[in-house]
Design a binder for this molecule. Structure first.
Ligand SMILES: C[S@@+](CC[C@H](N)C(=O)[O-])C[C@H]1O[C@@H](n2cnc3c(N)ncnc32)[C@H](O)[C@@H]1O
Length: 241
């Protein structure tokens, strides 16, 4: 796969089958931090870090930025349990040689272990990468606090954006839990809205907006989706159209 240098100086890849990059050209690290980790950890903080153990579903592992940056930004005294499905076993095996940013050096032992065993655990962190279809894998989980919804776009990775998929996510997500995604697409927001999620955006100005969804009220700017629905029809993606 072709390496792509993003605007914050960090490297992503372009996947030729999906025809998309694994991250936005705004920056692989910047996107992961500002669209996923910072808002999700803010929700965790407001909920006393879910009792000291945060259960994260990372959809999907890809180059591992979301999982690895969660570890690097882990709040003190909290245990992270990260579950991540990924179809591309060859990609995961190759990541021990990936050109990660310098700050990842201190977790090199985690990167290497994940890349060979698809599993890592110490006192503070548990990580499991499952080489499975995310649609099947999510049905095996429960009591999830955070979902990083970071599939390829709805256009090319439809099965991970349909209303049936989000309904399965809803079943395993805690009431106070949160979904973070880079997508602001109306069909994505519409599916979440139809399922009863409240929709927000992140408060940061250095990067394009995404969507933050929860069944609970959150202290983030509203996505004002009801306003939008006065002007557009609420159409969502279905498994079988
Ligand atoms: C945009 S990339 C994820 C980037 C990743 N979160 C990161 O931070 O590097 C999307 C990933 O989803 C995987 N994928 C797509 N459809 C899948 C499915 N149905 N089940 C499991 N993995 C899938 C792809 O192989 C790809 O690695």
């Amino acid at each position: 796969m072709k390496e792509v240098l993003t605007r914050d100086g960090t490297v992503t890849l372009k996947n030729e089958i999906y025809g998309e990059c694994y991250h936005s050209c705004e920056g692989a690290v910047t996107e992961s931090l500002y669209k996923h980790i910072y808002p999700a950890f803010e929700v965790a903080k407001q909920n006393d870090y879910f009792g000291g153990e945060i259960k994260i579903l990372d959809i999907c592992y890809g180059l591992g930025y979301n999982t690895l940056l969660s570890v690097l930004n882990k709040p003190k005294g909290v245990k992270l349990k990260i579950y991540s499905p990924e179809l591309d076993e060859k990609l995961v095996r190759s990541l021990k040689n990936f050109d990660y940013p310098k700050e990842f050096e201190k977790i090199k032992h985690i990167i290497e272990k994940l890349s060979t065993d698809f599993y890592y655990e110490d006192d503070d962190v548990f990580i499991e990468i499952s080489i499975k279809n995310a649609r099947d894998y999510i049905k095996t989980l429960k009591n999830v606090d955070i979902v990083y919804q970071d599939a390829f776009s709805p256009k090319v990775n439809k099965e991970l954006w349909s209303i049936e998929y989000f309904n399965d996510i809803k079943k395993i997500l805690n009431k106070k839990g949160v979904i973070t995604t880079y997508s602001v697409a109306t069909p994505v927001r519409c599916a979440l809205y139809k399922l009863g999620f409240k929709l927000y955006t992140h408060p940061y100005d250095n990067i394009r907006k995404g969507t933050i969804a929860s069944m609970s009220k959150l202290d983030f700017p509203s996505a004002n989706f009801e306003e939008k629905l006065k002007r557009v029809e609420c159409k969502y993606i279905k498994d079988k159209n």
